[in-house]
Ligand binder design. Structure first.
Ligand SMILES: Cc1ncc(COP(=O)(O)O)c(C=O)c1O
Length: 421
């Protein structure tokens, strides 16, 4: 029996209505930018498996480092114990993070990195005897699937069963170039009428909102206003972190730095799950006390797993290498050329790019298709390109090691869509 048939017996996949989408594709091997399925079909992974494997799948350098670590120290409790991979990772990460970040807290995925950030902000105020019960978030944000991160996500249309249990959140529009005065007025009202603890935001690019991009200056004004009103700012860089926006972090392009940052995905180069929440010394200091209950009582069994830390260290080293930095510039320039070529096509409504993240919205009648996303996905996969459109948006977020030839194939397949649909 094939893997995809065996899969059906016991497996329950994420974000899937199995009755409507019973089929899966069984991947047996991955190398560089390529995925290979059980029938030997090859696909260019043009979204780096949800923005994780930015240095390529099964990168030899990363797997060698992790293999060596695996034979030395595999796992140990991180409460009361420590180890070199975590210490070294904290040192290397601090070197590339915005200067105000000084402490590193481990968890094990993107959602938990946000959950931790929210809990830090709430307890920061609580420890100082202030009851602050409201969070601010962008309308179209996505921050994950745990309760805190679901609460701040504006997007999740399938969160209905849980909404009654959410944290209190006030939503603001994302800056679109002409509305930031309105947003500031709205914020003035919110900070006056609510006890605001924190603001959670995806800086520059909102991933799940179909790569919606916003302006750094307007975001800076929002952050500046909130910071002067005692609101803890929490940058969710789970998607944008580690080079994708053209700088190590999207927050590097915004003058006002966040108090807290959430990291995951490319953090471990796609090799192991890990989340990290970083914060400024001032946040940490609010927990540092003779009173045990002021400590941060949050922990996961696999916090700071040495193998995940080692993968992260190898990834950070590669990110800073000349080769990867040149690749980032090469891909950024290549997307710009592609954009010039296609942006005026009648089937394209809009295009946008930040760093190596490129997105286009199709100008086609959705009604003509049962489910446009599914049709597009099938079209791409049949042509050996793994792209995962969001509604009528096609986006590319390929590994930094994608070759020019592979990039051209991705572009060509997108151009074929413009003819076929
Ligand atoms: C910006 C952002 N935050 C949080 C998450 C949640 O991360 P995870 O799926 O690892 O829980 C995602 C996932 O796509 C994301 O894009």
């Amino acid at each position: 029996m094939s893997l995809k048939e065996r899969d059906k017996k016991h497996l329950w996949h994420p974000l899937t209505q199995h009755k409507l989408h019973p089929e899966t594709i069984a991947i047996t091997k991955a190398k560089g930018c390529e995925l290979i399925d059980e029938n030997g079909n090859k696909y260019i992974d043009a979204i780096a498996s949800w923005y994780t494997c930015m240095y390529g799948h099964c990168n030899d350098y990363i797997t060698d480092c992790v293999t060596a670590q695996m034979k030395t120290l595999d796992q140990v409790v991180f409460s009361g114990f420590t180890h070199e991979p975590a210490i070294k990772l904290s040192e290397e990460l601090i070197k590339i993070l915005p200067k105000n970040q000084n402490k590193i807290f481990f968890s094990d995925n993107g959602s938990t990195s946000v959950e931790v950030g929210i809990k830090m902000a709430l307890q920061f105020h609580f420890n100082q005897g202030k009851k602050k019960d409201t969070l601010i978030a962008f309308e179209d944000g996505f921050h994950g699937d745990t309760f805190g991160s679901m609460s701040v996500s504006g997007l999740s249309v399938y969160n209905g069963p849980f909404e009654d249990f959410f944290l209190k959140v006030k939503r603001i529009p994302t800056p679109n170039g002409s509305n930031h005065n309105d947003i500031l007025e709205l914020l003035k009202t919110i900070v006056k009428t609510e006890n605001v603890a924190g603001f959670v935001y995806e800086p520059l690019v909102q991933g799940a909102a179909a790569m919606k991009m916003h302006d750094a200056n307007a975001l800076n004004e929002i952050l500046r206003f909130l910071s002067t009103h005692g609101v803890i700012t929490i940058a969710d860089e789970v998607m944008t972190g580690f080079g994708k926006t053209g700088t190590f972090f999207a927050s590097d392009q915004i003058h006002t730095k966040p108090n807290i940052m959430c990291l995951s995905k490319a953090l471990t180069a796609g090799l192991a799950p890990m989340g990290i929440t970083t914060c400024s010394q001032a946040i940490y200091d609010a927990f540092y006390s003779d009173d045990i209950s002021k400590g941060f009582f949050h922990g996961h069994t696999y916090s700071a797993n040495p193998l995940a830390c080692t993968a992260a260290l190898a990834g950070i080293e590669l990110l800073q290498s000349e080769e990867i930095q040149n690749n980032i510039n090469r891909i950024t320039a290549s997307h710009k050329r592609f954009n010039k070529r296609i942006k005026d096509h009648p089937k394209i409504k809009a295009t946008r790019q930040t760093g190596i993240i490129y997105a286009l919205d199709l100008n086609i009648e959705m009604e003509r298709y049962g489910n446009l996303r599914d049709e597009l996905f099938k079209f791409f996969m049949e042509r050996g390109v793994f792209l995962r459109p969001l509604g009528n948006t096609i986006y590319i977020q390929a590994p930094y090691v994608i070759t020019d030839e592979q990039l051209q194939k991705v572009y060509k397949t997108i151009e074929e869509v413009l003819e076929a649909f």
